[in-house]
Design a protein around this ligand. Structure first.
Ligand code: ATP
Length: 297
């Protein structure tokens, strides 16, 4: 048995349409996921127990025990296969933590793929991924896809070409449940009654055509008002990106990362420089999408 390393991307939600609160506490979603070239790596090495190490510059808040999603994924797979959960897992984190880019879900998907390979198991990982969390199946799949239900029922979307993105990472995370709760609170206070969530035809047409300008105009996130309510400074970040010529700007998922669409790789680099100079984020990085899901290196 030799160590297995899996690279897994972050996601940005090109559209996040949030339906009414369901009786089970979840919301129906129409969620257009897009995998981008910010990656974590998870290595699974032979061991005689389950251990976990987390490496990286900004890993504050990442649990190192049983509640780490990668460890939970390894345990769930072992249980399913009827084998002992013996693996030394190392996560190299590059995806912002609690940033609305599904880093924990990405690590869970990567751990499933790495442990399945380490233990020589040829199984369909998708049902296990769905049990681990709504965003985990997409981290396996990658590319661009519509997620319905809680976001875990995926339909791949055809995309022409490559889109260039800039991500402004904020200090500190936002809790996803807190952002959904704030979304419900704001809707209640405003007397808003959301209808069934639907993927936007304009967004689908822009993706199929590879039209960055149309995509920028179609980006939409129903959680954005809630994220801005909890973190008002993000308004300045979004405004700065628009002022520097971004084709579109939105909060990524539940935030606080902000995503900006550029019209070329060069434009993305100049946006990174301008936003860094403006001092509206902890750090600013360029990436492109779509990219594949969890992949063995
Ligand atoms: P999402 O976009 O899916 O809502 P997020 O990007 O906002 O998620 P994550 O980085 O996935 O947030 O982390 C959310 C919380 O999950 C963290 O605060 C942490 O407590 C927990 N967590 C568990 N496992 C991990 C992991 N491997 N990496 C990061 N966080 C993890």
């Amino acid at each position: 048995m030799t160590p297995v390393t899996v690279r897994v991307p972050a996601k940005v939600n090109l559209q996040l349409a949030v339906g009414p609160l369901r009786d089970d506490g979840f919301h129906d979603l129409a969620n257009v996921f897009h995998a981008v070239s910010l990656f974590d790596e998870v290595t699974a090495s032979p061991a005689d127990s389950l251990t976990l190490r987390v490496e990286g510059e900004s890993i504050e808040g990442v649990p190192t025990g049983d509640d780490n999603l990668a460890a939970r994924a390894a345990r769930l797979l072992a249980q399913q296969l009827g084998v002992p959960a013996h693996a030394a897992l190392t996560i190299r984190k590059n995806i912002p933590v609690a940033g609305g880019m599904a880093g924990g879900s990405a690590d869970a998907a990567a751990a499933l793929v790495a442990c399945a390979r380490l233990w020589g198991a040829d199984v369909d990982l998708r049902p296990l991924a769905a049990r681990l969390g709504s965003d985990v199946p997409f981290a396996l799949l990658g590319g661009t896809a519509i997620g319905t239900g809680r976001g875990e029922v995926l339909t791949p979307v055809q995309v022409s070409g490559r889109f260039h993105w800039v991500f402004a990472l904020a200090d500190g995370g936002l809790s996803t449940p807190a952002v959904y709760a704030e979304c419900d609170r704001l809707r209640e206070a405003r007397g808003e009654r959301p209808g069934p969530p639907q993927a936007s035809p304009d967004l689908m047409a822009a993706l199929a055509a590879g039209d960055a300008k149309a995509l920028g105009a179609a980006l939409a996130n129903d959680l954005e008002p809630a994220a801005l309510s909890l973190r008002p400074a993000l308004r300045d970040t979004l405004e700065a990106g628009r002022a520097f010529g971004a084709l579109g700007a939105l909060v990524s998922g539940s935030g606080p990362t902000c995503a900006f669409l550029a019209d070329s790789a060069d434009h993305a680099e100049s946006l990174v420089a301008a936003l860094t100079e403006a001092g509206v984020a902890r750090s600013v990085v360029a990436a492109h999408g779509p990219v594949p899901g969890a992949t063995v290196l």
